[in-house]
Design a protein around this ligand. Structure first.
Ligand code: FUC
Length: 325
């Protein structure tokens, strides 16, 4: 079953498995900006690329970590080396219960103490709300013990109105002076300045411009797949603006979060069967994953991030704003 929220500007489609957003349509142009699987069952079966799902309890890559002197071994779903996107059965692979209001839909689920290696049971939810031209994503979670929490939404965007045209033509602004460097397993280990690197998106530029630049961090990841440290300003910060020169459609991202992972869809391949009867291909769509600092307990500068407990409620918020000019 698909749940639909609609106002005069936007129409959003959701499914309860993984609390996925499977379509977001700009009603003025009729363009759906979310690239998703052709068959809804694919989300439930294995969801290649974690398409359009909620990710947790830790988004991105993490290795074993210490919390208050106690070692925690994460469930390692990638080659037994590290954990990606919450483990073998992360928050993307849960059936959520659903509540629907006039302009909102709330998905709720829970994880057990020790699940995928993390301490503390956690009840969590994501509420999507339509507000004019904006979709608001509100996350809420309450752990029973001190633990780390960093959820995200893994939506794949393409604003070209035709996913057969890649996102390499999209222009992107990222409000970040620093990014996290990746080791050979794509595990983030420390911050570096974007200045004088192809990872600098502080002035809007086409994604295709520097994606193949001769730069070690791009070679490791096969393109952009990096956590950017948002230049925070107040509670909500302007994180990113994405624009297609083909359609003039743009998407602004605002968030309370510290990080946005910009993933240029480098691993999308022909095994992905995409809605509209299209085969997947590299750079077909991109993700702007607002979240906490990935692997925070293992990076000294960020070891105090993402920590929540019974008295520290988790309430991050992200806003996607669509405009067609
Ligand atoms: C993003 C990337 C990963 C991975 C996944 C499907 O979050 O950071 O590299 O490919 O999506």
């Amino acid at each position: 079953m698909t749940y639909i929220l609609k106002n005069e500007h936007l129409e959003a489609h959701f499914i309860s498995f993984g609390a996925c957003i499977v379509k977001l349509i700009d009603l003025k142009t009729g363009i759906n900006i979310i690239v998703g699987h052709e068959d809804m069952e694919t989300y439930r079966k294995n969801n290649p690329g974690y398409m359009n799902a909620i990710i947790g309890r830790h988004s991105g890559r993490i290795t074993d970590f210490y919390l208050d002197g106690k070692r925690h071994e994460v469930a390692k779903n990638i080659n037994g080396i590290y954990q990606l996107h919450g483990g073998f059965k992360g928050f993307n692979a849960k059936e959520y219960s659903v509540e629907v209001g006039e302009d909102w839909i709330k998905f709720s689920a829970s994880a057990e103490d020790g699940e995928e290696g993390f301490p503390g049971a956690v009840a969590f939810s994501v509420t999507y709300r339509l507000r004019g031209r904006e979709l608001h994503l509100l996350y809420e979670a309450e752990p029973t013990k001190k633990t780390i929490l960093s959820l995200t939404n893994h939506a794949y965007f393409n604003l070209n109105g035709d996913p057969e045209k890649s996102i390499l033509n999209h222009e992107l602004f990222l409000n970040a002076d620093r990014y996290l460097m990746l080791d050979e397993n794509f595990i983030p280990y420390g911050a570096a300045l974007v200045e004088n690197t192809p990872l600098d998106f502080r002035k809007m530029k086409p994604i295709g411009q520097d994606i193949n630049a001769n730069f070690e961090q791009l070679k490791i990841a096969g393109g952009f797949d990096h956590p950017y440290l948002v230049n925070r300003a107040g509670e909500m910060s302007h994180v990113a603006t994405l624009r297609s020169p083909l359609t003039g459609l743009s998407l602004e991202v605002h968030s309370t979060e510290d990080v946005v992972v910009f993933y240029a869809g480098n691993m999308i391949n022909e095994d992905y069967r995409i809605a509209g009867g299209i085969r997947g291909y590299k750079n077909m769509a991109l993700c702007l994953e607002t979240q906490g600092v990935p692997n925070s307990p293992n990076i000294p500068e960020f070891a105090d991030r993402n920590l929540y407990g019974p008295n520290e409620k988790y309430t991050p918020k992200t806003v996607w704003k669509l405009a067609d000019n």
